[in-house]
Design a protein around this ligand. Structure first.
Ligand code: NDP
Length: 217
């Protein structure tokens, strides 16, 4: 049974992913900052922007078959190109773009130890370069940058047999997505875990939807 590690597993999509993994009989570890982990999951209490905490946690965790970089924030109220909260934008980049790379680097020994490990990072349709929208531009940019970083990481890790891909979960009912969203976290968790489980080097560096179909960057 695979060992699944999820960042931000205390609520939202991350918690649903953990619960779905546990229901499959997988070994599940979640990172969280507060609260209770899903029953049966191992918990690592940390902030994903804290590299020292990540290194410590990785040292206490065995081989990891599947890493899902899920933790993320929507960012500040002011993120219009003409009215930008620059501190908030910087925090968005820290959490949504730099942290997934730092998490993957910290747990690389664990991924290497598993053999043929997979890394899936939760991106967003809002990263799509085909839109010229101006709303939430900092969030959009943080996810577009995440896509580029993970695409490059996929190229670097391919010789080691580690597959790295991105997933757009759709619009999901969580604290971030809000009550009007059309998908439940449980619905998308099912598809995302199937995608992660079936991910091979052929899919590395690519961007998928939660139903497993490929989507444009
Ligand atoms: P939620 O706001 O419900 O949950 C966010 C999660 O990220 C929480 O577990 C939170 O932990 C964690 N987190 C945030 N910042 C940090 C940090 N600095 N260190 C550690 N953990 C942190 O969001 P969703 O579940 O909706 O979103 C999950 C992912 O999916 C995000 O990457 C988001 O951008 C993406 N996404 C969501 C969509 C949606 O419609 N919901 C659409 C497209 C993408 P804590 O409880 O400690 O705050």
């Amino acid at each position: 049974m695979p060992h699944l590690l999820i960042t931000g597993g205390g609520r939202g999509i991350g918690r649903a992913l953990a619960e779905n993994g546990l229901a499959r009989g997988w070994r599940v570890t979640v990172t969280l900052r507060r609260g209770e982990p899903p029953a049966g999951a191992q918990a690592l209490f940390l902030d994903v922007t804290d590299r020292a905490a990540l290194d410590l946690a990785a040292g206490r965790t065995g081989p990891v078959d599947i890493l899902i970089n899920n933790a993320g924030i929507i960012g500040p109220d002011r993120q219009d190109p003409l009215d930008m909260d620059f501190d908030g934008f910087a925090e968005l980049l820290q959490v949504n773009t730099l942290a997934p790379l730092a998490v993957t680097q910290a747990f690389l020994p664990n991924l290497r130890a598993a053999g043929h490990a997979r890394v899936l990072s939760i991106s967003s349709q809002m990263a799509w370069m085909g839109y010229a929208k101006a709303d939430r531009i900092a969030y959009r940019a943080s996810k577009a940058a995440l896509n580029k970083v993970m695409q490059g990481l996929a190229t670097r890790l391919e010789p080691e047999g580690i597959a790295v891909a991105l997933v757009d979960p759709g619009w999901v009912r969580t604290d971030m997505g809000g009550a009007a969203a059309d998908l439940s976290a449980q619905q998308v968790a099912q598809g995302i875990l199937e995608l992660a489980e079936g991910l091979t080097l052929a899919g590395s560096g690519r961007f998928f939807r939660h139903d497993g179909s490929e989507r444009p960057f």
